[in-house]
Write a new protein. Structure first.
Length: 303
């Protein structure tokens, strides 16, 4: 079978979607069946520019296509799909499990918090859960994340963050044991090239400086490339312009502050580098179709 060129692989936010990240949360959680049944249980090969997938297979069979290598296995198991990894799935209809998707800011926070073990979240791979105690502990964490995600409650953001930290630590532990045993199945290393490295460094620069609203030219200069080259890389690898990636990060933080803080619209605008609240309002409405006040009211409305 001819390998797909990375440039020919579709880039999605969530599978089959191209709209903005749909939630002010830094993670998205759904059952595997929710989306897979819409695609006849076959998620075709694709990649994400700035999302990390953690899949928990509680029971059932899956064929994992990761960076051109196909593996068939049954749950209980964990699958890690880092940003930029080319991947696809073919699930049996009886599959039980969840897929947790992390936005890049949260993924980077967890990777940094785990230290050298954070590499487990940067490598694509799958891990069978053969120890019943470990399998039960991970299944409980995933169930708690799914429940907390669906049910708005006081301090929901804090609880979700604590639960995903615990799950990331479990993934790192499992990956470390597998790495220590040469006879075990090893995670598939993700492909890396200069373009991807530039994109990853650009995303890190966005994370560090988005509140200052730097120019794309200034960020490109820090990378040692031209703004035109950076824009070309972003369009090829992330299917968005460099400016769109910067604006998406600003928008995500705006949504979070409007949802989880009592800051005024003016304070939110100032914290995100807008010289006038009116500029922030126009920016927010252009990207969401709502002004910030209406968005906040909708987020806080009872379900």
């Amino acid at each position: 079978m001819t390998a797909l060129s990375p440039d020919a692989v579709p880039v999605f936010k969530l599978y089959g979607e191209t709209r903005h990240w749909p939630t002010p949360d830094l993670l998205h959680c759904e059952s595997i069946a929710e989306r897979s049944r819409l695609h006849d249980w076959h998620i075709k090969t694709h990649r994400h520019a700035d999302l990390l997938h953690l899949l928990h297979i509680a029971a059932g069979e899956v064929v994992l296509d990761l960076e051109g290598s196909q593996t068939r296995f049954c749950g209980p198991a964990l699958i890690v799909v880092p940003a930029m990894a080319i991947h696809g799935f073919h699930f049996e209809q009886q599959i039980r499990g969840h897929i947790i998707t992390l936005a890049q800011p949260l993924a980077e926070h967890l990777i940094a918090a785990l230290g050298h073990q954070g590499a487990a979240l940067q490598r694509g791979g799958h891990y069978r859960l053969v120890d019943s105690g470990e399998a039960q502990a991970i299944a409980l964490l995933v169930a708690q994340i799914a429940d907390e995600y669906r049910r708005p409650a006081i301090n929901r953001d804090l609880v979700l963050h604590a639960l995903i930290q615990a799950l990331a630590a479990q993934v790192a532990r499992r990956a470390e044991r597998q790495r220590s045993h040469p006879t075990a199945l090893r995670p598939t290393p993700s492909a890396s090239d200069r373009g991807r490295a530039h994109l990853q460094r650009f995303q890190a620069l966005i994370e560090a400086h988005y509140r200052e609203q730097p120019t794309i030219g200034a960020l490109a200069k820090q990378l040692g490339i031209t703004a035109a080259h950076l824009n070309t890389l972003c369009r090829q690898l992330a299917d968005r312009s460099a400016l769109q990636l910067l604006h998406e990060r600003i928008l995500l933080e705006a949504k979070r502050q409007l949802t989880y803080t009592n800051m005024t619209i003016s304070e939110v605008a100032d914290s995100l580098g807008f010289s006038e609240p009116a500029y922030f309002t126009r920016f927010f409405k252009r990207l969401t179709g709502l002004n910030p006040r209406d968005f906040r009211m909708r987020q806080h409305a009872p379900c």
